[in-house]
Design a binder for this molecule. Structure first.
Ligand code: GKR
Ligand code: MG
Length: 421
């Protein structure tokens, strides 16, 4: 039997409604963007991937998509070489920036990721096994997620209020948390901070602790604090949070904080590629690394990250950006096949109201998602939904994630708050 070959690759940008969630760099725009990657083979298989859809990223995805036909979908090393060659030719091998918070020196990992996920999805379909089996096998049959709380406005300016309503005070955040816990059953909570003064955000965490005394809590100000402010907050929240995420920017700053507290420090900002691990480990800067297959070069490289954190005695958690069901499925398979993923994963999933997959596979019960046992990722593209969200992309006018630009269109004096307090 001859091996199947990639026959066609389709990259479809989509836009889905997103509430006005606040963070250190601004506020979410009315639409979040994603790209859905379809890899088809000459034997009739289809694999799915999902990734960011900022214009520059889309151009890179399209350049790779063009040269993929004829490639063996099992040759992932070859796929990576191909991505490296194409990006070298198209962009001089430059880096990439996502959402004003994350900059990577090379775009290879982020561009390679959705194609790798799609190839694993179709390999799973061909072999009749779930993607978690291709990653070494599931060590858990459900993956726990953490309820992701955000300060937010009641609605986007000029539009009706959304179903979540305003959350600008500790009391309102408790109400939001109650809804997350009652609706999804989350067994831990993360608050996105960096929006208000640290004392007010610590107060919000204390209010959450008083209301949900049994739930592990996390606070993530995305580097909004100086090391000394971080140490004061760590002192106040010791025994209250399971970790503080990126209180201050950079490996050096995090190391300074880590030296002065026993509260574990987590990051998805200063350790976002393999080359950041040696200096972070040498300086004792972080105790928990957040993996993210979109950023770390796909599912297999993220599994490797899991192994490395295990060897070095680091904790492992999982990062999220606004995403749809194809990404959620990939996150669930990765988490299922990562033995040392000891913390509940982040997800923005409850914040969205639209998707590109058919309903029913990825439902939250008790804050966790059952690992699909059907072949591949276990999710099916709903072509009508894909078409609608693509139309929405075409008409909405958003072409890249720009939280700061959007915030300044409402509050012209807004300054990015990194290390502000
Ligand atoms: O969605 O506003 C957001 C978050 O701030 C996101 O962009 C971050 O990447 O969730 C992320 C984080 O943990 O830093
Ligand atoms: Mg974070």
């Amino acid at each position: 039997m001859s091996r199947s070959r990639i026959s066609q690759v389709v990259v479809t940008p989509v836009a889905f409604g997103d509430p006005p969630l606040l963070n250190v760099v601004g506020v979410h725009q009315p639409y979040a963007l994603r790209a859905i990657v379809e890899v088809h083979t000459d034997s009739g298989l289809l694999g799915l991937g999902e990734t960011y859809a900022d214009e520059a990223h889309l151009a890179r995805l399209s350049a790779v998509a063009e040269v993929l036909p004829g490639h063996d979908p099992y040759d992932l090393h070859g796929l990576r070489r191909l991505v490296t060659d194409v990006l070298g030719r198209e962009t001089g091998g430059g880096g990439a920036s996502f959402g004003g918070m994350l900059d990577v020196d090379s775009a290879v990992d982020t561009v390679y990721s959705p194609f790798e996920v799609a190839c694993l999805d179709l390999q799973g379909h061909e072999a009749g096994v779930p993607v978690s089996d291709l990653l070494g096998g599931a060590v858990r049959d459900r993956v726990p997620f953490s309820g992701y709380l955000f300060h937010k406005w009641a609605g986007h300016p000029g539009l009706p209020d959304d179903a979540w309503g305003e959350a600008l005070t500790p009391d309102q955040l408790v109400t939001q948390a109650r809804r997350m816990v009652d609706g999804w059953g989350f067994g831990s909570l993360k608050l996105k901070g960096g929006v208000f003064h640290p004392d007010r955000e610590c107060e919000a965490i204390e209010a959450l602790r008083d209301t949900f005394p049994d739930l592990p809590l996390r606070l993530d100000p995305n580097g909004a604090w100086t090391p000394s402010t971080s140490l004061r907050a760590a002192d106040r929240l010791a025994g209250v949070v399971e970790y503080l995420e990126d209180p201050t920017p950079g490996i050096r700053g995090m190391a300074e904080v880590a030296a002065g507290t026993d509260v574990p420090l987590a990051t998805n900002m200063c350790v976002i590629a393999m080359e950041h691990l040696p200096p972070a480990i040498a300086q004792g800067a972080v105790q928990v690394v957040l993996s993210d297959h979109h950023l770390w070069g796909g599912l297999k490289k993220s599994a490797l990250l899991g192994g490395i954190t295990d060897v070095w005695g680091l904790g492992l958690s999982m990062h999220s950006n606004s995403h749809l069901g194809v990404s959620l499925a990939a996150m669930v398979h990765l988490a299922a096949a990562t033995p040392n993923l000891t913390y509940a994963c982040d997800t923005h999933y409850p914040w969205k109201t639209e998707d590109v997959i058919t309903d029913g596979v990825l439902s939250f019960e008790g804050g966790s998602v059952a690992v699909p046992t059907t072949p591949g990722l276990g999710v099916t593209l709903d072509r009508d939904r894909l078409g609608e969200l693509h139309e929405q992309y075409l008409s909405c006018g958003v072409r890249r994630r720009e939280d700061t630009v959007y915030m300044r269109s409402i509050h012209p004096d807004f300054e990015v708050n990194t290390s502000r307090w």
